[in-house]
Write a protein that binds this ligand. Structure first.
Ligand code: FE
Ligand code: CA
Length: 518
């Protein structure tokens, strides 16, 4: 045993002390706050809009944050403020059926996460907030069908990757007008990089490190009207990828291999700011860990498993870049989900009573070789860098006869459709699931429909059905018989007003894994 390495308890103590020291640096901690009894806001406090999420049969989470000066810490005194909320069964709030009051506290950046309960299943509601004499925008949200019901269909959109500097949020304008029940956000909600001039827009400030840095960045993104409209139109189920903290981080290892203790402080700040700005179920995280993986059901039609492929993974093998498979990428000890989450996932999938099993996650699962002709090139940040863990999952799909597994993926700012195979090298190997990879809202700029790479990717990877690099999102419709995906793409994001169109549609038939273009 290395005598220099602290034992696990000492290490834990150290991290806790470091975290508390970090909190006091941020001016936080277990403080108690006075109450601002009659708040008077100099500017509109609901500048970041409203949101809802985590729908269940009898309720959901309703979110807002008071921030009259959003880009500069919020602009409120360090006092608690009462926020009233209302839920109505009509758009004009003629029939308010639930209301209450919650405290917006400075230690959570004056955000609120209302746990609405006792609502009717499978229907739409409207909600809004009041603070002082200000009233928020109205949001629309819904409950899910009862667990034992068999709904005819579920319509949803999945989206990811909204780099503020690299393009406009035209995709969210269109998304807000879709007719869907739910939005999955698969991560890269913010990017942590310093502002760079010469782009479509510019981040305020430098690379994010502290809690106040992360808060101001969320605020900058959330002041966008089209993002607010998309939140206000539907409940969302969110998960993060890397840029909510640091590019390509893996567990406690940062992109630049910072000391672990320092990086975990940063991760704690990033996770807290994420919670503060998302319609997530309490409690808030307290420290560098936050459980985000969870299940969401839509009656007996769909069981969604929302995954976290960042917090528990082992380091990317052989450096983070594209490589041929190496000893580390084949190591059975390498993990994408961590043991606990992996076991949870296998259990949840087995007990799931639904027709369709959706994995909402971040990085590509298909073993896509990016090298034309001789030689192989795989992204070591994706499941190909964790090949044994992927094998365990795909074999579990097959052996445990998981009902209709469909994987939703973000991360790489391009559209792909993959048949998931037990052996990707063998075209005759069983297809055991289907993967839909969705492009970015704005990351990467205008993009392109076809490139010289398109044909190379398709000829190199027989299980690959589609590749496209335009911006947009993916809309899906699920019934007992099939899951249909529509790839919705924009012509440009460098200037406003792009129309949207469906560039390709695919169907997965129930009982027959794999996608067919229609
Ligand atoms: Fe991204
Ligand atoms: Ca090759």
């Amino acid at each position: 045993m290395n005598t220099l390495a602290p034992n696990p308890m000492d290490r834990r103590d150290f991290l806790e002390r470091a975290y508390l020291a970090g909190l006091s640096l941020y001016g936080l901690g277990a403080a108690s706050f006075a109450k601002w009894k009659k708040p008077r806001f100099h500017q509109y406090p609901f500048s970041l809009g409203v949101a809802s999420g985590e729908p269940v049969p009898d309720g959901m989470i309703l979110w807002t944050r008071l921030a009259p000066d959003p880009l500069n810490g919020g602009g409120l005194p360090p006092e608690e403020i009462d926020v009233r909320w209302e839920i109505a069964s009509d758009e004009d709030f003629a029939r308010v059926i639930r209301q209450g009051s919650v405290r917006a506290s400075p230690d959570l950046a004056h955000s609120v996460h209302v746990e609405a309960t006792n609502l009717e299943s499978d229907r739409w509601y409207w909600y809004r907030f009041h603070a002082g004499d200000a009233t928020s925008a109205v949001g629309k949200t819904r409950t899910t069908p009862r667990a034992d019901s068999t709904p005819d269909r579920l319509d949803f959109v999945f989206t990811s990757c909204q780099h503020y500097e690299q393009g406009l949020y035209t995709g969210f304008e269109h998304l807000a007008r879709e007719d869907v029940d739910l939005v999955f956000h698969l991560g890269d909600y913010i990017y942590e990089s310093a502002g760079q001039s010469g782009r479509t827009r510019m981040h305020a400030g430098g690379e994010l490190e502290t809690l106040s840095d992360y808060r101001n960045r969320y605020a900058q993104y959330k002041t966008e009207a089209s993002l607010q409209a998309a939140h206000a139109a539907f409940p969302w189920l969110v998960t993060w990828d890397d840029h909510e903290v640091d590019n390509n981080y893996a567990g406690s290892i940062s992109e630049n291999d910072d000391p672990v203790e320092a990086f975990l402080l940063r991760r704690a700040a990033a996770y807290q700011a994420y919670y503060e700005h998302m319609p997530l179920r309490p409690p808030a995280p307290s420290g560098p860990d936050m459980r985000l993986y969870r299940t969401s059901s839509f009656g007996r039609l769909v069981e969604s498993l929302v995954l976290d492929t960042r917090q528990y993974r082992t380091d990317q093998p052989c450096g983070d870049r594209n490589k041929a498979p190496c000893r580390e990428s084949l190591d059975s000890a390498a993990t994408m989900l961590g043991d606990e989450q992996e076991q949870w996932l296998f259990r949840e999938m087995e007990r799931g009573p639904a027709r369709w099993t959706i994995l909402a996650q971040q990085v590509m699962m298909g073993h896509v070789d990016r090298q034309a002709g001789e030689g192989e090139l795989y992204s070591m940040d994706q499941w190909s860098g964790y090949a044994a863990a992927r094998d365990r999952l795909l074999h579990h799909f097959h052996q445990a006869r998981i009902p209709n597994p469909v994987v939703l993926t973000g991360d790489i700012h391009t559209n792909w459709v993959n048949d998931l195979k037990l052996d990707f090298k063998d075209p005759d190997s069983p297809t055991v699931g289907t993967e839909f990879v969705g492009t970015s809202i704005s990351s990467g700029g205008d993009g392109f429909a076809r490139s010289p790479r398109t044909d190379a990717y398709l000829s190199e990877n027989p299980f690959l059905k589609f590749f496209n690099a335009q911006r947009g999102y993916v809309r899906c419709q699920v019934t007992a018989e099939e899951l249909r995906s529509d790839y919705r793409v924009l012509e440009y994001v460098s200037r406003p007003g792009s129309p949207i169109s469906t560039v390709a549609s695919f169907v997965v038939e129930s009982g027959k894994p794999g996608a067919t273009e229609i």
